[in-house]
Design a protein around this ligand. Structure first.
Ligand code: NI
Length: 162
């Protein structure tokens, strides 16, 4: 298990356009392993390579116990809308309201170099959009509607609503 340092908002690497992965080699496989380790240790549901300072088009996602690796992902189709709180490991301890499609269809390459299609709804769709944005230097804070608030404040608001 190897975790890497998660870069935070304000660091240049989070604002770059990442490069396509040309071939799957041992370095890519190790990188993906480390991305999962880093994401799980931080209790995240998604992580993009630039968040650990690697400017390659790779994201890992696990919103429901199923791990996905998307290499050179391309969003083919979106539909619907969901509006809800979203966070990012590069903006620790905070959340903001972001509108995202409720359905996303994405094409990507897996670790065997095979192209596959992934369809996601709700949280998975949100995660796919959020992580793919990272590959073009886009952060959720760019799209937020309203204030970015501390997660502790959000938890209190949620508790009051119950
Ligand atoms: Ni993020």
């Amino acid at each position: 298990m190897a975790t890497r340092e998660i870069r935070t908002l304000g660091e240049d690497c989070l604002r770059k356009t990442c490069k396509e992965v040309k071939e799957i080699n041992d370095r890519i496989i190790t990188l993906v392993d480390d991305m999962f380790d880093t994401m799980y240790e931080a209790n995240g549901v998604g992580l993009a390579a630039p968040q650990i300072g690697i400017l390659k088009r790779i994201v890992v996602i696990d919103t429901d116990g199923t791990p996905y690796v998307l290499i050179n992902p391309k969003i083919l189709e979106v539909s619907g809308e969901q509006v809800g709180y979203e966070g990012c490991l590069s903006v620790p301890g905070k959340s903001g309201i972001v509108a995202r499609p409720n359905y996303v269809k994405v094409e990507a390459m897996d670790l065997d170099g095979e192209t596959f299609i992934l369809e996601g709804e709700e949280l998975l769709a949100r995660a796919i959009c959020h992580e793919c944005d990272h590959l073009d230097g886009v952060m959720y804070v760019d799209k937020v509607d309203g204030d970015i608030i501390d997660n502790e404040v959000l938890a209190e608001m949620m508790a009051e609503e119950e």
